[in-house]
Design a protein around this ligand. Structure first.
Ligand code: AMP
Length: 282
């Protein structure tokens, strides 16, 4: 596995693959890898001749400097995991390598970036779109893999690719969970034992919401029911509970009669966790 710390090194590696007519799958991550990331890698491997992973904790998508500082990192462990999975190259740039000090260009999906998590974290999706466009431009891959766990992010990236005619296919991969149902996340290691247990309420709430959903239900009613359900866990500090159209993220009017996504965000201690589930009332 080739370790590329500069853009030039990654471009050179990909040029080599392209010279042999090989297809390339890209897996962007912020590192501290778990089986969710590795599932993206395995999916990329099944669909492409070569796989490039990237590890970059992107400062422009963090609103909160302490969240950025607290983000866990372990480069050697990540490299070992990627190598064992047969990844061909990993791109691990420094912040200085990624951002010119005079950078002044950003990419933003105007509507999608500013609702839901985007409204709570102004600038977050602009940071995501800008860094993902840069990674797309540097890696020149055929496909790029993103988790459905970050549902709004996946829609934002798909929208950006459509709107800017980017020559790459974004592929969504279902959320990978621990055996007890907690969605895998690099942040889970920062949970206390009690909070780790309490956090199971998120997946339970998604299952409850899925069960409760029907074309007789109004969105507000379902959101209130989910609020009551999660509030039964005193350690959960609810940030957002949203039931939205699964394709547009608009709030459905009236009764729910087409696929929706339930999006949850809650803090356990100081750790913000998110989870989602697409539900079809029919
Ligand atoms: P991150 O390192 O958290 O930025 O995640 C990198 C990519 O892995 C994103 O596309 C995430 O949506 C995806 N991802 C993170 N956790 C999971 C999971 N539990 N299941 C599937 N994909 C995931």
């Amino acid at each position: 596995m080739q370790i590329c710390r500069t853009k030039a090194e990654l471009r050179e590696a990909v040029k080599g693959f392209r010279a042999q007519n090989e297809s390339v799958g890209l897996v962007p991550t912020m590192g501290y890898l778990h089986d969710g990331h590795m599932t993206l890698v395995r999916t990329a491997k099944a669909q492409n001749d070569r796989v490039v992973a990237t590890i970059f904790v992107n400062p422009t998508q963090f609103g909160d400097a302490s969240d950025l500082d607290a983000y866990p990192r372990d480069e050697d462990r990540d490299f070992a995991l990627l190598k064992a999975e047969g990844v061909d190259a990993v791109f691990v740039p420094s912040v200085a390598e990624m951002y010119d000090p005079n950078a002044q260009t950003t990419v933003e999906t105007e509507q999608l970036a500013n609702l839901l998590m985007g409204a709570l974290r102004p600038g977050h999706y602009k940071g995501v779109c800008t860094v993902v466009s840069k990674l797309f431009n540097i890696a020149q891959a055929d496909r790029a893999y993103f988790g459905e766990k970050d549902y709004q992010q996946l829609l934002v990236v798909k929208t950006m690719v459509r709107d800017l005619d980017m020559p790459i296919e974004p592929v969504g991969v279902p959320t990978v969970r621990e055996v007890d149902g907690l969605a895998m996340s690099s942040r889970n290691v920062r949970l206390s034992l009690e909070d780790r247990q309490a956090a199971l309420i998120l997946n339970k709430a998604l299952a409850h919401g899925d069960y409760e959903i029907s074309d007789e239900r109004e969105v507000d009613e379902l959101e209130a029911e989910l609020h009551r359900f999660i509030s039964r866990e005193p350690r959960a500090k609810i940030e957002t509970i949203d039931v939205r159209d699964a394709f547009t993220l608009e709030k459905p009017q009236g009764k729910i009669n087409s696929p929706v996504v339930i999006l949850l965000a809650a803090r356990f201690g100081d750790v913000l966790l998110i989870d989602q589930r697409v539900c079809d009332p029919s």
